[in-house]
Ligand binder design. Structure first.
Ligand code: HEM
Length: 442
């Protein structure tokens, strides 16, 4: 065979292969949802601008309520109509029940062994059951109500001390994160890491670690979508994750050990006493899990316990504090709604409302879109609603709030899993005259 013939045959072979590939691609795409033109290898990643949910919204307006995107080598279905979402999460819920296996789940989420990252199955179901019964149940939430009230009172006191003589300009974003974090941590571990009585150096270290963990587990990581970047550990990301994980794991282990010791001490002290709660050993989630570990050590390993603590803190804190922050920003931009909300709750019992009361309807609508979720639902929705209602209601009931400047509060969204505000919320507060005695007495 001469050279010409060989080239001719190879060309026909290559042409046939390419043709077959195009046909196959067309065939497989025929039943797929619409999709914008994609680039080789990166697919649609180049289209994603911050904030990502806005970009996705714009794309869905152009291509329809169900569209398919290629994030590198991963297919991502963007669903943005209620009926399509309902179809995904009712008729096809099992198919959509799994979470993507992201690097954060591997390196920070105990190798996909936490509620947020575990695949749908017995292990995940068991963790959901555990948290539903031992943390989010009506009776557990009633037992922890005093913790939430105390924390909100401490916040009010701090604001009052700052504003009693002259109205004070307050950076609310960090205050809200602190108050919610303290609430959840006290419910889990019985201690607080922010403000007065916080366990100082330990608290500082833990706060820094948690900040890093939240950033890492919530950020969009290119390495997740382009395996080639994983091979070279682009930007040393996996190294960073492993380093943070070591720190967080050490910390969580020390929390577990601390509770193990406390339980041992209290059992030694009141051996035979049935009143374990008098020593406080039965009231935190860690203690409940350690009790379960005694009866079922194979399921409730230390790793499982640490994973639950981690997820609760990450999933519970910023979600709730950001919701309060957005609600407060909206109220500051709509002073007539703020006044209406205040007049509706002015006579409510102080520092202890529940969002589901009829009277507080005007800001229920603003704050609690969490209730309208159609997807793998948030197990902390009731607690989240309680926290949001209590903190927001107390702030409005106790203080008059105003914007720092004439202009409206900046409502731009920043990057992040919980849709944080681009700029921290700063506002001016002064105690309401009718609340002076109460605030003085805290
Ligand atoms: C206003 C407050 C809250 C909002 C807006 C919110 C929102 C959400 C959403 C949208 C999901 C589902 C995410 C997904 O499908 O990928 C979720 C899941 C979750 N949330 Fe919340 N949440 C709030 C409060 C809380 C609180 C207070 C806790 C716990 C202390 C919590 C714990 C969790 C957990 C553990 C999951 C994962 C569930 C699973 O994967 O099975 N959330 N949350």
């Amino acid at each position: 065979m001469d050279l010409f013939n060989a080239i001719h045959r190879i060309s026909i072979f290559v042409f046939a292969l390419v043709f077959k590939f195009i046909l196959q691609k067309r065939k497989t795409r025929r039943n797929l949802p619409p999709s914008p033109p994609a680039l080789p290898i990166i697919g649609h990643l180049h289209l994603l601008k911050q904030p990502v949910h806005r970009t996705l919204h714009q794309l869905s307006q152009k291509y329809g309520p169900v569209l398919l995107l290629d994030f590198g080598n991963r297919k991502v279905l963007i669903v943005s109509s209620a009926s399509a979402a309902e179809e995904c999460f009712t008729k096809n819920d099992i198919i959509f029940a799994n979470r993507p296996r992201l690097l954060a789940g591997k390196h920070i989420g105990y190798n996909y062994n936490t509620i947020g990252f575990a695949p749908y199955g017995d292990y995940w179901r068991n963790l959901r059951r555990l948290t539903t019964m031992e943390f989010f149940s009506t009776s557990r939430l009633a037992m922890s109500a005093s913790i939430r009230q105390e924390e909100v009172q401490l916040l009010l006191k701090e604001l009052f001390l700052a504003s009693a003589k002259k109205s004070a300009t307050v950076e609310l974003t960090s205050k809200l994160i602190e108050v919610v974090f303290n609430m959840i941590l006290r419910m889990i571990a019985g201690k607080r890491y922010y403000g007065k009585d916080a366990v100082d150096t330990e608290a500082e270290e833990f706060r820094d670690i948690m900040r890093e963990v939240a950033e890492m587990s919530g950020s969009t990581v290119l390495n997740d979508f382009l395996p080639v970047l994983q091979w070279v550990d682009f930007q040393g990301l996996e190294r960073k994750m492993k380093k943070i994980f070591k720190k967080v794991d050490k910390f969580l282990q020390s929390l577990v050990e601390e509770h193990r010791m406390m339980r041992k001490d209290s059992t030694d002290q009141c051996l035979g006493s049935s009143d374990a709660s008098s020593t406080g050993t039965k009231t935190t989630l860690i203690d409940v899990m350690l009790s379960l570990q005694q009866t079922d050590p194979e399921i409730y390993t230390d790793e499982t316990i640490k994973g639950v603590i981690l997820v609760m803190l990450i999933a519970g804190t910023e979600t709730s504090s950001t919701t309060i922050e957005w609600a407060m920003s909206l109220l500051l931009n709509h002073s007539e709604v703020m006044s209406k909300a205040w007049s509706e709750i002015a006579d409510e019992p102080h520092f202890s409302y529940h969002m589901n009361r009829q009277k507080t309807a005007s800001f229920v609508v603003i704050t609690c879109h969490v209730e309208q979720c159609y997807w793998r639902a948030c197990p902390g929705a009731v607690l989240g609603r309680k926290v949001v209602g209590l903190v927001l209601g107390s702030l409005i009931q106790s203080f008059e709030w105003n914007r720092v400047a004439e202009g409206e509060i900046d409502m731009r969204e920043g990057p992040g899993l919980t849709m944080p505000k681009a700029e921290p919320l700063v506002a001016v507060c002064s105690p309401r005259s009718g609340m002076l005695n109460l605030l003085n007495a805290i």
